[in-house]
Write a protein that binds this ligand. Sequence first.
Ligand SMILES: [Zn+2]
Length: 112
Amino acid sequence: MELMSWWIFKFQFKIYLYQFMKRVVKCDKCAKQFIQKWVIPQKNWSQINQVAYWTDGKKWKTYRLFCRNCLKWWFECERETFDKLVTDEAKRRTYFSYRGHGALDKPDYLIS
Ligand SMILES: [Zn+2]
């Protein structure tokens, strides 16, 4: 019984800590540093900034991480590449809904 509650405590504490997990990353295009957050339900780093997430793993030059500004730039100024690489319908819808709701206009969590 005691062992069980210790285990539950440990588990809850881990979940609690995840809320604060974040790491500093650098945008591969504009070299701006920003903070990427850990997303608990997905058990992964926030995917919005990951180029491979949108392209289903397809590579685009050496770009891996984009800040929100560059995500916006991708569609607005590199439309052809965007259409070629982001082919998954669900992901395109997600992107457009982020864009439509102004999520890409929000600042990333800047550290400098
Ligand atoms: Zn950028």
